[in-house]
Design a protein around this ligand. Structure first.
Ligand SMILES: NC(=O)C1=CN([C@@H]2O[C@H](COP(=O)(O)OP(=O)(O)OC[C@H]3O[C@@H](n4cnc5c(N)ncnc54)[C@H](O)[C@@H]3O)[C@@H](O)[C@H]2O)C=CC1
Ligand SMILES: O=C(CO)COP(=O)(O)O
Length: 347
């Protein structure tokens, strides 16, 4: 069924999703944060800053007026960097009605509150149902119709299935998942591990090091995720291991690219300047570390990332400290009882 959709945020992900949704037959409006951004997109029908080389179809309506973008849209897709989501949702909220569905596609955590993005959105816009899109999906590939599989989660099965239909194409396969917290944590936390994976690449270590980092990173994500109510199946799925693999191994990943630069000796500021796009893992690292303390969960890689990013520790020293931790079994007592099961609210 054709829907009226607004995509809020014209960075690389918003542009790619707007293209996907318009090719899927929906009426799409793409909201640009700044008027200059809209003018650039309108002029070239290409997002030269964030997604060069991909044509933006003429049937995508571009606007920098959020009131106009939100009016009469059934689906509102949020692709704004996570640290700006609360302030933007506060602006949008007066124009959002009960029958509209918000789909958050951004991956991050709020530092001050330690909330996930869907929790922030539900707090600011309690009148709307919220769903989350996550999974291994670089904008550069989705925009070029490269086969991709993702997950839609929501507290409501009805909402999840409606949104699944909106996004699903022969090139973009969408699964539903009732585990909202697990899906969101998988998407946000893998960015921090991808920074670490980039750092070991930048240091010039090998495939063994990277495999160890990714595997032990996944253990940390799962430990925290399960402690916060997530389901282990989610962390073994597209929004867990799937997104970790793509982000830790792809040159499209901004988190990995920033990590490589830091591993090569650049400062955090220099790395962010060079990448020029959003590097969510830098913001989520602090929240992840605070959550590990709050839930009393051991996350040694996250701890080292904090020291490297914000406390001046050398990446080499961080790797040495991880390798020299006390010897132990791979099967820790706290990791054994991973048996939550999450279900839909409306079933
Ligand atoms: N790029 C990708 O492949 C994917 C990105 N995501 C997530 O999507 C979210 C957005 O990322 P990208 O589109 O990649 O970012 P980007 O770096 O490509 O673009 C950033 C966008 O944020 C806008 N912006 C800057 N300040 C703003 C403010 N104060 N308020 C609102 N917008 C502002 C810029 O105008 C620009 O359009 C992130 O959470 C990211 O993790 C998720 C899946 C894939
Ligand atoms: O989430 C992503 C792919 O699934 C994008 O990752 P980066 O933000 O590291 O580019």
């Amino acid at each position: 069924m054709t829907q009226n959709v607004a995509v809020m945020g014209a960075g690389s992900w918003g542009t790619a999703l707007a293209i996907l949704l318009s090719k899927n037959g929906h009426n799409v409006t793409l909201w640009c944060y700044q008027e200059e951004e809209r003018i650039m997109l309108e002029k070239s029908r290409e997002n030269l800053s964030y997604l060069p080389g991909v044509l933006i179809p003429n049937n995508i309506h571009l606007t920098s007026d959020y009131e106009e973008a939100l009016l009469d849209k059934k689906i509102i897709v949020i692709t704004i960097p996570s640290k700006f989501i609360r302030s933007n949702m506060e602006k949008f909220s007066p124009y959002l009605k009960e029958d509209q569905i918000i789909v958050n596609a951004s991956k991050g955590l709020e530092n001050d509150t330690l909330l996930t993005m869907s929790q922030v959105i539900s707090e600011v816009v309690p009148q709307c149902a919220v769903a989350v899109l996550s999974g291994p999906s670089h904008a550069e590939e989705v925009a070029r119709d490269i086969p991709t599989a993702c997950v839609i989660s929501s507290k409501s099965k009805k909402v999840a299935e409606l949104v699944q239909d909106v996004f699903m194409t022969p090139k973009f396969r969408v699964y539903t998942n009732p585990d909202l917290i697990g899906v969101e944590l998988g998407g946000a936390l893998k960015n921090v591990i991808a920074l670490a994976a980039g750092i070991v690449d930048g240091l010039g270590f090998g495939d063994n090091t990277k495999a160890a980092l990714m595997t032990r990173g996944m253990v940390e994500i799962t430990r925290l995720g399960v402690a916060m109510g997530g389901d282990i199946q989610t962390f073994n799925g597209l929004s867990g291991i799937g997104d970790l693999i793509v982000t830790c191994t792809s040159m499209h990943s901004r988190n990995r690219r920033a990590g490589i630069l830091i591993g090569q000796g650049k400062s955090l500021e220099e790395a962010l300047k060079e990448v020029q796009m959003v590097v969510e893992g830098v913001h989520s690292a602090k929240a992840a570390y605070a959550l590990s303390k709050k839930y009393n969960v051991e996350m040694p890689i996250i701890r080292q990332i904090i020291e490297v990013l914000f406390e001046g520790k050398s990446p080499k020293e961080a790797v040495v400290d991880l390798m020299l931790r006390d010897k132990r079994s791979e099967h820790q007592k706290e990791d054994i009882h991973w048996t939550h099961s999450v279900s839909w609210k409306d079933e």
